[in-house]
Design a protein around this ligand. Structure first.
Ligand code: A3P
Length: 279
């Protein structure tokens, strides 16, 4: 709590910061890897750097809200390790962001995911951390919005609306579109980050490199993510890499649960123009 308050009152954004924002379990790890690998392309020209081969993405870019007062985050803010701007992350809803961020002109990338896969991913994550509990209880918390980052729907709608008002500053991505058409989505992301790929052959090779280095199968199999621990939170790194697919909810939710969530989703997204389907 102290950390969130300090983040909200003391954080000084820079115009060239890129803030990665998500509701938990919607693709944060993937987004960090993609953005880091896009920005690293220029570093690679000087020497072959592959930081994520040895470091869990969350360790590289920890959430500011819960870690703002840690030495690691303070050090990261002062020494981001690259001249092109800082890559930062938070799970806070839009209406809880520091006032300074809203007026800074810095870029925000938000990733969203369909609610049923988000719920199932979250359930597995909490099962690993706190021990097993029934999926019905997870579904109940999800639908009532009683979760550490508040309501899933308020979170996504907040950033969706902001991305419509300020498309130059807020980019709204979807996990399912990243899965379905990664090349196109990564090109869009890189242009937004002011690091567009060329439309020539060398641009295609760069896109391929970013996607390969950020891929679920690659990251999951790295020794650091198989057996390492994220020291800041004492969490095994493998908790961030489970299945990495779209539609896994079908293996866990009953038709009744799915129906209830679909109805809630329709209600909450009504009139927003946003759809969160699992394709
Ligand atoms: P599943 O539990 O459905 O497998 P977050 O990163 O926000 O915590 O979200 C975690 C979800 O993203 C998990 O989903 C995880 O497996 C998946 N994930 C992690 N890294 C990924 C990657 N590089 N590509 C695709 N999905 C990834």
């Amino acid at each position: 709590m102290q950390s969130i308050m300090a983040f909200r009152s003391e954080f000084q954004p820079r115009r060239d910061d890129i803030l990665l924002i998500s509701f938990p379990k919607t693709g944060t790890t993937w987004l960090i890897a993609l953005c880091h690998n896009i920005l690293s392309l220029d570093d690679d020209e000087k020497e072959e750097v592959d930081v994520l081969a040895k470091m869990n993405p969350h360790e590289l870019v920890p959430p500011l809200d819960v870690n703002f007062l840690s030495d690691q985050v303070q050090d990261l803010l002062l020494n981001p390790g690259r001249s092109k701007g800082r890559l930062l992350q938070t799970h806070l809803p839009y209406n809880c962001l520091p006032e300074s961020v809203r007026n800074s002109g810095c870029k925000i990338v938000h990733v969203a995911r369909n609610p049923k896969d988000t719920l199932v991913s979250m359930w597995h994550f909490y099962n690993k951390i706190f021990g097993p509990f029934p999926v019905e209880r997870a579904a109940e918390s999800f639908c009532s919005g009683v979760l550490p980052c508040g309501s899933f729907y308020e979170h996504v709608v907040g950033y969706w609306e902001e991305s419509n008002k300020r498309p130059e500053e807020v980019l709204f991505l979807k996990y399912e579109e990243l899965s379905r058409d990664p090349e196109e989505q990564v090109r869009k992301l890189a242009s937004f980050m002011r690091r567009p790929f060329s439309s020539m052959e060398d641009g295609d090779a760069e896109v391929e490199k970013v996607l390969r280095r950020s891929s679920f199968n690659r990251l999951k199999e790295l020794e650091v993510n198989k057996n390492g621990v994220w020291e800041l939170h004492r969490l095994p790194n493998n908790t961030f890499f489970r299945k990495g697919t779209v539609g896994d909810w079908k293996c866990y939710l009953t038709p009744q649960m799915a129906k209830r969530i679909d109805q809630l989703t329709r209600l909450k997204l009504q009139g927003t123009g946003l759809s969160l389907d699992d394709f």
